[in-house]
Design a protein around this ligand. Structure first.
Ligand code: HDD
Length: 721
């Protein structure tokens, strides 16, 4: 593998991290206190076969440290992977924000990004059906800005008060701790069926957005409406977006299930390997801007985190790019100990009154105290700002800083008043001067009561294939729910989004859609019934479908096959010419050929050349690749007689991938689903199945072009009932 370029030395965060790196090359092993160790294999004993001695300070230190190696995993988003990189501003936002890092085109701002799933434990599979976290730490020269977002632009709930309930419902059920990293169980759907506000998010979570092909191929969203503040103190509402250069892509559900068995680290490995190979993931960083005076011009509330602003209504302006170009040196020190917080903002960025955001502003520091164990978590290298840091905070567990002097209070004269407060003009953070005059209430605004319109907008904006995937996902999830009343309540909610959707899900569950959906909030809330006071509103039909919501129709989707992996199924006797022709064509387009053979090690080509095998048939699967190719060979029996090969091709067919066969492979084709379809007589050819008829150039062109479609959806069976 090619090593990535080390970013330039002026990268302040790199220099900062360097101070804490430990390299053991050429060094003696020592204790934590610097004493060289003479024998690291045996404890100190009274005689060769005697008891161990308490005075063995070397062993005691080693074992004690080991005993304390684990810290509590994150209560949510425990499973994740991170990478370093940079943000580069395009310099077109000074009218809206004074944030230096968004305006300075001469400096690259170092970033650390952590992607994650939400529900699973730290060791769970990457391919769970779940929201993906997309958290970015910007080490700006004015302090740290964290964008703690997701790959889905809305959230399940409108008020942070419900977050513990949501998470308790989705996590494994407490009596038996089943199921792991899955929402397909009673407690989750019990909760959701009582929370109509979750319906928009449910559409996204049941769509293929929840099973991404790669972290590199996901959009990112800040979700809440934030504020930009310019140098004159003027506020503009803003929503943050990240658009992946490689387009937004997913796997299919059957594939996700199989990847979880074949390679539970699929996303982690993909991110790590691609950065090592120099395929640096890249996103455009964009904003939707809404002037203050337009706050009430929408048919939803900008403060409601279950709503998007359709891109067709307010376009996304690209203001910079985000690139990830370096893997962490140490997973624990960096990815595990990184601590994000939506409340980490810099001058020029401020909060809105979104009640979900407001609650988050409390939760994140609080959680770090139990997870990282000390109020000094900001001193851990990955969390440390590169801006100067001076204040009167002192002491606490594991304090690293040696604060000099006797003054740790303000105001003071003994240190001439320092550290001093910064005026706004000197870069001091001043909260937006928002006028608020209100009663204290424990209520939800009526402007938050439209729960179905944007769920319908999302569903109606999808292609038929994408809609079918949502229907199938809901069938899968709800069929795992044992309590029939919960299934029925969900159908009641779905019917308020779209009658056909509800009907098709119901047919998969073998029950009817209830004629009169229950009023969810009558459950379990005591005598006052609906705590939200406001009846959910029916679907607002004025919404126009939005292509940006569909992964297939999305205007930013490209036909690039860069970084895609194609499995070449080969055995001894494989034709070198046949293998190299497509390999070269793929590499010219930035994709890679991987040799999958009957055993590890190497195989011999028809010309006697040794070819390295990347994966064996028995330890690999087509779900780990984007397309499949079978080159010509002198010895087709090796493939024809191998059940793993047949399953490999059948799965690739089922998952709508491009499959290419060189000439004379009819014996193999006949043993697969493809053979059955072709010999049935109905089809002469099948979409995305490319058989070389002799013109090699046409074959390779066809293969790479079809791969650019990512999936050949017309092969997928339609939902008939
Ligand atoms: Fe959260 C972690 C994203 C609502 C409380 N959240 C966490 C992470 C992401 C998000 C990406 C992982 C960060 C990392 O990689 O370390 N959370 C969101 C989004 C939300 C959201 C996009 C809604 C729009 N979260 C939310 C609410 C609360 C929390 C309403 C609590 C009231 N979230 C937490 C937490 C976590 C967390 C418990 C667990 C670990 C951590 O913070 O550092 O405090």
């Amino acid at each position: 593998m090619k090593k990535n370029n080390t970013p330039p030395n002026e990268n302040a965060k790199l220099q900062d991290l360097e101070k804490n790196r430990e390299y053991s090359d050429g060094q003696f092993i020592t204790t934590d206190h610097g004493v060289k160790i003479n024998n690291d294999h045996n404890s100190l004993k009274a005689g060769e076969r005697g008891p161990s001695l308490l005075e063995d300070f070397i062993m005691r230190e080693k074992i004690t440290h080991f005993d304390h190696e684990r810290i509590p995993e994150r209560i949510v988003h425990a499973r994740g992977s991170g990478a370093h990189g940079y943000f580069e501003a395009f310099g077109n936002v000074s009218e809206y924000t004074k944030a230096g890092f968004l305006n300075d085109t001469t400096t690259r701002t170092p970033v650390f990004v952590r992607f994650s799933t939400v529900a699973g434990f730290r060791g769970s599979t990457d391919l769970a059906r779940d929201v993906r976290g997309f958290a970015i730490k910007f080490y700006t020269q004015e302090g740290i800005f964290d964008m703690v977002g997701n790959n889905i632009p809305v959230f399940f709930i409108q008020d942070a008060m419900k977050f513990p309930d949501l998470i308790h419902a989705v996590k494994p059920e407490p009596h038996n701790e089943i199921p792991q990293a899955a929402s397909a169980h009673d407690t989750f759907w019990d909760f959701i069926s009582l929370m109509p506000e979750s319906m928009h998010m449910i559409m996204w979570a049941m769509s293929d957005r929840a099973i991404p092909r790669s972290y590199r191929m996901m959009e990112g969203f800040g979700i809440h409406t934030f504020r930009f503040i310019n140098a004159e103190g003027k506020s503009t509402f803003v929503k943050f977006h990240l658009k992946p250069k490689l387009g937004t892509h997913a796997v299919v559900w059957d594939e996700a299930l199989k990847i979880s068995g074949n390679d539970p680290d699929f996303h982690r490995r993909d991110l790590y390997d691609n950065i090592e190979m120099g395929n640096f993931p890249e996103w455009e960083f964009g904003v939707q801007l809404v002037p203050e005076e337009d706050e009430h011009k929408f048919n939803f509330d900008l403060l409601d985190p279950t709503k998007i602003i359709p891109e067709e209504v307010v376009p996304v302006t690209i203001i910079g790019k985000l690139v990830l170009n370096r893997n962490p040196d140490n997973f624990f020190a960096e990815t595990e100990q990184v601590a994000f917080h939506p409340g980490h903002v810099v001058p020029g960025i401020d909060f809105s009154n979104d009640p979900l955001l407001q609650g988050r502003l409390f939760s994140y520091t609080d959680t770090q105290l139990s997870r990282l164990g000390s109020p000094n978590f900001h001193e851990i290298p990955i969390n440390r700002t590169i801006a100067p840091m001076h204040n009167n905070q002192r002491d606490g567990h594991m304090r690293q800083e040696i604060n000099v002097g006797r003054v740790a209070y303000s105001p003071n004269t003994l240190n001439n008043g320092y550290p001093a407060q910064a005026k706004e003009a000197e870069g001091g953070f001043v909260s937006h001067y928002e006028r608020i005059e209100a009663h204290k209430v424990r209520e939800r605004s009526e402007s938050f009561a439209d729960h179905f319109s944007q769920a319908a907008l999302f569903f109606n904006s999808q292609t038929e294939t994408e809609q079918n995937h949502i229907i199938k996902a809901l069938r899968f999830e709800l069929s795992k729910v044992e309590t029939v009343a919960i299934r029925e309540r969900m159908l009641g909610l779905l019917s308020q989004v779209d009658a056909t959707l509800a009907k098709k899900v119901a047919s998969g569950l073998g029950i009817a859609v209830p004629k009169h959906p229950e009023k969810p909030m009558n459950h379990g809330v005591g005598a006052d019934a609906d705590p939200n006071k406001h009846e959910p509103k029916p679907v607002d039909k004025s919404y126009q479908p939005s292509d940006a919501l569909s992964m297939v129709k999305n205007p930013t989707t490209t036909d690039s096959i860069e970084t895609r992996q194609v499995a070449f199924l080969c055995g001894d006797g494989v034709s070198e010419k046949s293998l190299n022709a497509l390999k070269k064509a793929l590499e010219a387009k930035g994709a890679a050929a991987k040799i999958v053979g009957p055993h590890a090690g190497s195989i011999k080509s028809d010309a006697g050349t040794e070819i390295k095998v990347d994966f064996a048939f028995f330890s690999s699967s087509s779900v780990l690749f984007d397309a499949v190719y079978v080159p010509a060979s002198q010895n087709n029996a090796v493939l024809e007689e191998n059940d793993n090969v047949i399953e490999f091709i059948n799965d690739a067919y089922r998952h709508c991938k491009v499959i290419g066969f060189d000439a004379d492979l009819n014996g193999l084709i006949e043993r697969t689903t493809i053979g059955n379809k072709l010999s049935g007589g109905k089809d002469e050819s099948l979409p995305g199945i490319i058989i070389n008829n002799g013109t090699a150039k046409a074959f390779t062109d066809d293969f790479t072009t079809q791969m650019g479609r990512h999936r050949i959806w017309e092969r997928e069976p339609k939902i008939t009932e």
